[in-house]
Design a protein around this ligand. Structure first.
Ligand code: NI
Ligand code: MN
Length: 228
C-alpha cells in the first residue's frame, strides 16, 4: 500500500486494486503541490462537508468517474453538487469494497458546506478505518480527543494512524499525543496543521513527544509518498 500526503487532511492511498483520495482540498490549499486536475483516483472518501475537506470532490469525481464514500448526508450533499456516483455510509458501519473494507468512526466536529445560501447541512463528521492489502489505516478526520479511541485501538490493529494536531478546530499536539496512547498504532502521521495561521503547529514536536512515549511517528513532507 502506498500513502501520499498532499498536506492538510489530503491523503492518496494506492492499494493493489484501487486508488483512493481522502478529503481532496487542493484548490486554494497553498501547501498542496498537486492540482486537482492531475488527480487520478477510483474513490473519494470524505470525512465531512467543511470546505477544507470537500474541496475539489466534484471536479475529481467528474474527471475520474470516481465513487464518493461519505456519511449519508455528506454524500447526498455531494450528489446535489454534481457527484454522480456516491456510496453513503454511517458511523459504526463498514462495507467491503473491491479494494478492501471501509468503516466509519465517530469524530467530534461539525459538517456544513458554506455557500451562497448559507451553510448547507452535511450531517455528522466521521473518521475512516480503511483495511486493504492486509493493512489498516485510521484517518481520524477533524476531531477532538475522545475516549472511544481506546476502543478503536482495542478492536483494530492499526498500521498507520493519521491524526490532526493543528489545534483550534481539532486536537492540538498534546491531545493528539494522548490519542496515540489510546490507539496504539504501529505508526502515526500528523495532519491538519499549518494550512492556515490559526492551525500553525510543529509536526516534529508532536513526533518527538510520541516517541518519548515509545510510539513511532513520521512527518511526511507535502507531496511525499511512503510505502507500508
Ligand atoms: Ni472541519
Ligand atoms: Mn478541517
Amino acid at each position: 500500500m502506498k500513502i501520499t500526503y498532499h498536506s492538510h487532511d489530503v491523503f492518496e492511498i494506492e492499494t493493489s486494486k484501487a486508488r483512493l483520495i481522502i478529503d481532496p482540498f487542493l484548490t486554494g490549499n497553498e501547501n498542496a503541490a498537486i492540482k486537482a486536475e492531475d488527480i487520478k483516483v477510483d474513490y473519494i472518501l470524505l470525512t465531512h462537508a467543511h470546505a477544507d475537506h470537500f474541496g475539489d470532490s466534484v471536479l475529481i469525481a467528474k474527471n475520474n468517474g470516481a465513487t464518493l464514500i461519505a456519511p449519508f448526508e455528506t454524500a447526498l450533499l455531494a450528489q446535489s453538487k454534481g457527484v454522480k456516483k456516491i456510496h453513503p455510509m454511517h458511523i459504526g458501519g463498514g462495507y467491503g469494497f473491491d479494494f478492501g473494507r471501509v468503516k466509519l468512526t465517530i469524530a467530534h466536529h461539525g459538517s456544513g458546506l458554506p455557500g451562497d445560501n448559507g451553510i448547507e447541512y452535511g450531517g455528522n463528521p466521521c473518521g475512516f478505518l480503511i483495511t486493504a492489502d492486509g493493512k489498516t489505516v485510521y484517518h481520524a478526520g477533524d476531531t477532538g480527543l475522545f475516549l472511544d479511541m481506546k476502543l478503536i485501538g482495542e478492536r483494530n490493529d492499526i498500521d498507520v494512524a493519521l491524526l490532526p494536531i493543528g489545534d483550534n478546530f481539532t486536537m492540538g499536539i498534546d491531545d493528539a499525543v494522548k490519542a496515540v496512547e489510546f490507539l496504539s498504532p504501529a505508526l502515526t502521521i500528523p495532519m491538519h496543521y499549518s494550512t492556515f495561521p490559526v492551525i500553525q503547529a510543529d509536526p516534529k514536536e508532536f513526533v518527538k513527544k510520541i516517541e518519548t512515549n515509545g510510539a513511532m511517528g513520521r512527518v511526511l513532507r507535502f507531496g511525499e509518498t511512503m510505502e507500508i
